[in-house]
Ligand binder design. Structure first.
Ligand code: ADP
Ligand code: MG
Length: 386
């Protein structure tokens, strides 16, 4: 699905009312009955049908004929539209450019404000991956279950926003948060290569210790990134500085499995440096000596996990999201396995070619990734709740 910024200007007031009514109705209905849309929107019957027709034509809603009644559901496109409209009404963004990333659970676009300043829009897409199986396992939100892809995507965005704000405020190397709405986050565009694409660095040892220091700094502040890998570390094109992104899976150092998450982050970096840069060090941080040991210590003297908890992202939301993420990673062939396979392939290739450092387009600009076809989100959401 292509995001279309021109659409932001061509939705009429009545269409917008109808679209909002569909969103409201989907809190309690998997398929929102047309009659309910009429009621919520407060418009006349005929008008509502006409507007629903034009919204459906643009894939903002989808008509669903069901055994008991006919109705509509909000599509990813419709939800995207509502979020982007909110952001553009607040003058946070003005136009949409290329897609630069397709994650398993997000789409990333370059967008701009009215002065043409580039930013990154991250749209969370939880539930794109087989939501039905998850639904069967857990009843996450009782009656709200029907809107689970929307709900989970919004939770992920809220969590990411809360962490990004707190980390940025406390001087961690993360993108500057700009705004957020529903399942979307708007942030500073970092002119950088993901570490994954970097074939060579001037000093691997220096970068290695910077990254390990960062893991320790997080821990001193009560936090573990939880997905600290070569995809989520960006290397600035100009300075070579490492910037960390992607926070929906961050956990507190008080988490039951904190040590496991901490070690996993550390091992991820060690393994990557071994394979990519042939760099190995016997020095790496241990959880017991890294986490915060008390007030008045050197280094980070505060608990950011506590700050985030106080910022409005509730413990219960945190648990809901974590449960979802665990279910997904237990179910899907997990990311680390994919990586492992890929890396093995890379090694084989390398052996064949008998040379090093030709891996993965180290000089590729991130714009090159915009060649990836956007996923067909609508058909994905069909399987979610059809
Ligand atoms: P996901 O949750 O899908 O992994 P990420 O937040 O890790 O999403 O972003 C996916 C990719 O998009 C990154 O690997 C990076 O290439 C690009 N990206 C994300 N945020 C930014 C940013 N602020 N500036 C530049 N590129 C970014
Ligand atoms: Mg990522």
């Amino acid at each position: 699905m292509k995001l279309d910024a021109t659409d932001l200007r061509y939705v009429t007031t009545d269409e917008f009312r109808v679209l909002t009514a569909v969103e409201m109705g989907s809190k309690n209905h998997e398929i929102v009955p047309t009659q309910l849309i009429v009621q919520i929107s407060g418009l006349r019957n005929g008008g509502v049908n006409k507007n629903l027709g034009s919204l459906a034509k643009r894939n903002l809603v989808a008509r669903v004929q069901n055994a008991r009644y006919d109705g509509y559901r909000l599509t990813y496109g419709g939800y995207d539209y509502l979020a982007m409209r909110a952001l553009s009404k607040r003058d946070s963004m003005y136009s949409v450019g290329n897609q630069i990333g397709v994650g398993k659970e997000s789409d990333i676009y370059i967008v701009a404000d009215s002065e043409g300043k580039e930013m990154v829009l991250k749209l969370h897409r939880l539930g794109r991956v087989s939501f039905r199986a998850i639904k069967e396992k857990r009843d996450y939100m009782g009656k709200r279950k029907s809107a689970s892809w929307m709900y989970m995507s919004r939770l992920a965005a809220e969590k990411e926003w809360a962490f990004m704000c707190v980390l940025h405020e406390h001087g961690f190397p993360v993108p500057r948060p700009v705004d957020h709405a529903r399942h979307c986050i708007l942030m500073e565009f970092i002119d950088a290569y993901p570490l994954r694409q970097v074939a060579d660095v001037p000093s691997p040892g220096r970068l290695y210790s910077d990254l390990m220091d960062l893991i320790v700094r997080f821990a001193r502040a009560g936090l573990i990134h939880g997905d600290f890998n070569e995809f989520n570390i960006l290397i600035r094109r100009d300075t070579g500085e490492a910037i960390v992104i992607d926070f929906p899976q961050m956990v507190s150092t008080s988490h039951l499995n904190a040590e496991m998450y901490f070690n996993r982050d550390v091992q991820c970096i060690r393994k990557f440096f071994r394979k990519r840069f042939r760099y190995e060090s016997s020095i790496y941080p241990k959880f017991s000596s890294s986490k915060k040991t008390g007030e008045g210590q050197e280094g980070e003297d505060f608990r950011l996990d506590v700050v985030v908890a106080a910022s409005g992202f509730k413990q219960r939301d945190q648990e809901t999201l974590e449960e979802y993420m665990n279910t997904v990673s237990n179910q899907e062939p997990d990311g680390s396995e994919d990586e492992e396979e890929e890396e093995e392939e890379e090694e084989e290739e390398e052996a064949e070619e008998g040379k090093e450092g030709e891996r993965g387009g180290g000089q590729q600009s991130i714009d090159d990734q915009s060649q990836h076809p956007p996923p067909d989100s609508d058909s994905a959401s069909d399987t979610d709740d059809a």
